[in-house]
Design a binder for this molecule. Structure first.
Ligand SMILES: [Zn+2]
Ligand SMILES: [Zn+2]
Length: 307
């Protein structure tokens, strides 16, 4: 990741349920500071990660939105590979209810035993947004979405970061490790009896960023309220406006609807994905979305996006 970016998302799949026009089903690798998270895991996600040089080893949390195959059929193969590679690190998988028995049965019948703690966390999909995971650097919240089966989106909120040391100052003042830690926390330090404020030794931390993942879902105007001020928003846009009736029936969103959510939420940047296999040319989706929310981009597989 570039130095100034503390958050980036790499696209592992950009298409809807069917593989078409070189577009695979859903999967994204989110990096926030030193943490990596997998969001959705369609068939073959592990191969696309391997092609991009992304190791599954550091991932300790996987977030599955719903149990349509294009969002989790890659999970059992990913877990099998982890077992073969002798993984020891714990892994938690968050999803709507029903995933654990499917995965455990597949592993059991294949005679595979996980040599690492594997935990499934079932989400309350009918609930208002609530916090499901937290560490020193970030928190993760559910997003109530609407689809043909229970679904949850995810909102990742980075916490305020540490101040950044000015390297020359470390030598100039001969600062110890403890003093550097204090400065990073924003505390003044004493050097030869003189009090030096943190501001003279360091620069302000990067502003905390946020990322939201909304797929699959019907158009939900009320989402904008929960997403208010989100820096980077991924919202499914399966259809163009001419297919709005189809979108409504299948409980998906159009590009213009995704853009309306982004606009009403005052989002920083919108990423569109989960494109229907019906379209080869995605130009019209981008056009329709940009008419509502100009800072919109169509995701491309293998690319990493920043707020
Ligand atoms: Zn889908
Ligand atoms: Zn779906």
């Amino acid at each position: 990741m570039p130095d100034e970016a503390s958050l980036g998302v790499t696209i592992l799949g950009s298409g809807g349920a069917l593989y078409a026009h070189g577009r695979h089903p859903s999967g994204q690798l989110l990096q926030i500071r030193q943490h990596q998270f997998l969001i959705d895991c369609s068939e073959g996600v592990q191969f696309r990660m391997a092609d991009l040089g992304i190791s599954p080893f550091p991932i300790q949390q996987i977030f599955i939105t719903h149990l349509h195959g294009d969002h989790y059929f890659g999970l059992v193969s990913l877990l099998s590979s982890m077992i073969l590679q002798g993984r020891k690190k714990p892994l938690s998988i968050f999803s709507p209810p029903g995933l654990e028995p499917i995965i455990r049965m597949q592993l059991e019948i294949a005679g595979k035993e996980t040599g690492f703690p594997l935990q499934f966390v079932e989400l309350l999909t009918e609930s208002a947004s609530y916090c499901i995971f937290e560490n020193d650097d970030l928190s993760v919240w559910t997003l109530p979405l609407q689809h043909r089966i229970p679904v949850s989106g995810y909102l990742f909120r980075e916490k305020a970061g540490q101040r950044k040391m000015i390297k020359e100052k470390i030598e100039e003042y001969g600062l110890s490790i403890e003093q550097i830690k204090a400065v990073k926390r924003g505390e003044a330090v004493f050097v030869k009896g003189r009090k030096i404020p943190a501001e003279s030794l360091s620069t302000a931390p990067n502003p905390p960023r946020s990322f939201a993942y909304c797929s699959d879902t019907a158009y939900l105007p009320e989402l904008a309220k929960i997403l208010r001020g989100v820096d980077l928003l991924y919202h499914e846009s399966t259809f163009v406006q001419a297919d709005a009736a189809k979108a409504k029936r299948s409980m998906h969103a159009t590009a213009a609807e995704a853009a309306t959510v982004a606009r009403d939420a005052h989002a920083g940047k919108l990423l569109l994905g989960h494109f229907s296999g019906k379209y080869n040319d995605l130009g019209p989706l981008l056009e329709e979305a940009r008419a509502v929310f100009p800072n919109t981009f169509l995701v491309e597989e293998g690319k990493t996006y920043f707020p």
